[in-house]
Design a binder for this molecule. Structure first.
Ligand code: G6P
Length: 618
């Protein structure tokens, strides 16, 4: 939520800031702004605009009208204060002494505002950010000990989360950064350095980054980055190399990132699988999780698993529960992170908490991780962004290899998270003696076939596009299924509503008769998921029930289940696979349907209203 960029070097900063913000727009897009220090007149220019970044680009002639080689920028997802030019960042102290951008939420902003008001500070926006910037200014002037001291005092005084990038009038050409619970990375260039909320913003300039921990700060000059702890002491850090390539953060000929990312799923799934498969005897593949610390003994000793996540990652958890409980003898609980953290969970002995997160920065998921660790429960993070907070704070980290995901609606990250869960389930089932060697090999064989089968599923896209154009004016859509198919329904429904704004709900098919069926009218679209052989007949019956009340029925089922055509009005067939892994195929037509419906309705697929990809506030 909210994207921050910063640049200091000998090139013009504004175009670089704008390009970085463009790549971070998925983090928020209700207003944007930049502040650039101009070495010629020694002034800092502040330009902001309400709305999408394009407006700011127009206003600044793509940055060319804002000269200077050091600057900071921000794209906003409003928390405190409506989206407006006044509330847009950067914010500046009234005398121009400090200017800054912020991502996060300051919880004690009212108390700080009162304090500063008593010291004659005045506020022009409704943001908590303006308060933090002015608090830094206050300490800077009160103690006169420079930025490290002023920022440290501010960090001690504020409650909440923040990633801050600041510039001080007295320190031209320098950017100061501080963080607690909101992401920020520092990029290292040749005679230039960068600040960004996330890797894609700086990928075209550098692959070398520093991560900064909570309650640390950094000072960036053109040729040096210095780190400090909360006591103001200098600390040393090692840089990391990012493996992602620049192309992975480009649209590459696709009209939208979402469509590109849907098509990247075979690769994301293959790359994730390959990281954790090794060749065993007779060239048979085996799953290896030892490298990430999940030894066979550890898996054998587990008595309970808790999966905690938000959004689509939570839906992976729902599928994970079905798969893990069916393949292994381990009971599994699944929780929304925002609920888990406040429900005082009781952990069984020998438990493992699994947190799933694409960004590795989701505030509630991170809080759930910390809560579990406080209670002494080991945490496995399934994370896509290397070096993110969840990746670093987890005891074990199973990275997914989806590459950068830009579209707000997740597709390829979701698909690679599923793979992580499958790998864990199959390995745990094997080492706990729930499945034998040949069953294990068969399951691994099925996993290895998934990328090609996803590819084949994608080939049906024209039919789905046609179907979506027919239903572009739908008002309500229901997704139903049982077991794993219910889990798929949840994700299919979320995809649809988040990017097409069509109201949709997912229901466990057997629950329909307990209320929801009263919503079915003539022509209501009902999508039935039927990938589980043992539940096929039951879900067909539910489809018949809604069909006889006027519902228009779409079915998603493996090839071979042709009897569905007696019931469904429109069927999408997916390749056959082991039913435990069917989600990986069945989700693809649902993603495509959501995508094409959004396009048919003329909406901004990659940046749906009110949403942000990375939810770093509660
Ligand atoms: C947002 C995104 C979703 C994502 C969820 C959790 O709502 O739009 O696509 O599933 O956050 O994010 P995470 O980064 O933790 O997977």
């Amino acid at each position: 939520m909210c994207g921050i960029v910063g640049f200091t070097g000998s090139r013009q900063a504004a175009p670089i800031l704008l390009q970085g913000l463009k790549r971070l727009e998925y983090r928020g897009y209700d207003s944007a702004g930049i502040a650039v220090f101009n070495e010629t007149d020694r002034q800092t220019a502040l330009v902001k605009s309400k709305g999408r970044l394009n407006r700011l680009m127009e206003k600044t002639d793509n940055g060319t009208s804002v000269p200077g080689c050091c600057g900071i920028g921000h794209t906003r997802w409003a928390t405190h204060g409506e989206p407006s030019e006044t509330n847009a960042h950067p914010h500046m102290s009234d005398d121009g002494n400090v200017v800054g951008v912020h991502n996060g939420i300051i919880e004690n902003y009212q108390e700080l505002r009162d304090k500063l008001t008593r010291h004659d500070y005045r506020f022009h926006s409704q943001t908590d950010t303006e308060i933090v910037i002015k608090l830094v200014d206050y300490y800077y002037k009160k103690y006169g000990l420079g930025p490290v001291d002023a920022i440290n005092r501010t960090m001690v005084r504020v409650r909440g989360s923040y990633a801050l990038a600041l510039m001080f009038k007295d320190y031209p050409g320098e950017i100061w950064v501080a963080r607690k619970d909101s992401p920020i990375i520092l990029g290292v260039g040749n005679g230039e350095n960068y600040v960004a909320s996330d890797v894609p913003a700086i990928l075209s300039y550098t692959h070398t980054v520093y991560y900064i921990e909570n309650l640390e700060m950094a000072r960036l000059t053109t040729d040096k980055i210095t780190f400090y702890n909360l006591d103001g002491d200098e600390i040393s850090k090692e840089p990391s190399e990012i493996e992602w390539d620049v192309e992975s953060a480009e649209k590459g000929g696709f009209e939208h990132f979402m469509l590109k990312e849907i098509h990247e799923q075979p690769k994301a799934v293959r790359d994730t699988l390959m990281r954790y498969l090794v060749s065993g005897d007779e060239e048979k593949k085996q799953i290896s999780l030892q490298e990430i610390g999940l030894t066979d003994e550890f898996l054998q000793g587990l008595d309970r698993i808790y999966i905690v996540a938000c959004g689509s990652a939570y839906h992976v958890g729902v599928i994970g529960k079905y798969v893990l409980e069916d393949l292994t003898d381990i009971p599994v609980d699944v929780d929304l992170a925002s609920e888990f953290r406040y429900r005082n969970p009781k952990f069984a002995k020998n438990s493992l908490v699994i947190v799933i997160s694409q960004s590795g920065e989701t505030a509630d998921t991170l809080a759930a991780l910390r809560l579990s660790k406080e209670k002494g429960i080991p945490v496995l993070g399934i994370v896509n962004v290397i070096g993110s907070s969840i990746a670093r704070e987890s005891d074990y980290c199973l990275y997914t290899y989806a590459g950068p995901e830009i579209s707000v609606a997740t597709t390829k990250a979701y698909s690679s998270q599923l793979i992580a869960i499958y790998l864990l389930a199959v390995r745990a089932a094997f080492v706990r003696g729930q499945i034998g060697e040949s069953a294990c090999s068969e399951l691994i064989g099925s996993l290895c076939e998934l990328p090609d089968k996803i590819e084949r599923t994608l080939q049906d896209k024209e039919r789905i596009q046609w179907f979506a154009s027919k239903y572009a004016s739908a008002k309500d859509v229901f997704f139903i299924g049982r077991g794993i198919d219910y889990g798929i329904s949840l994700e299919g429904s979320l995809k649809l509503k988040e990017i097409s704004y069509i109201h949709s709900e997912a229901y466990a098919a057997g629950e329909l008769k307990h209320g929801t069926i009263s919503l079915i009218e003539e022509g209501t679209l009902v999508v039935g998921l039927l990938t589980q052989p043992n539940l096929y007949e039951k879900t067909i019956s539910n489809l018949v029930e809604v069909g006889s009340r006027g519902g228009y029925l779409m079915g998603v089922t493996p090839y071979g289940n042709y009897s569905i055509e007696d019931t469904a009005d429109f069927t999408v067939y997916i390749p056959k696979t082991d039913p435990h892994f069917a989600t990986s195929l069945a989700i693809v037509p649902l993603q495509l349907m959501a995508y094409y419906l959004s396009v048919a309705r003329g909406l901004d697929v990659d940046k749906p209203r009110n949403l942000a990809k990375s939810v770093t506030v509660e």
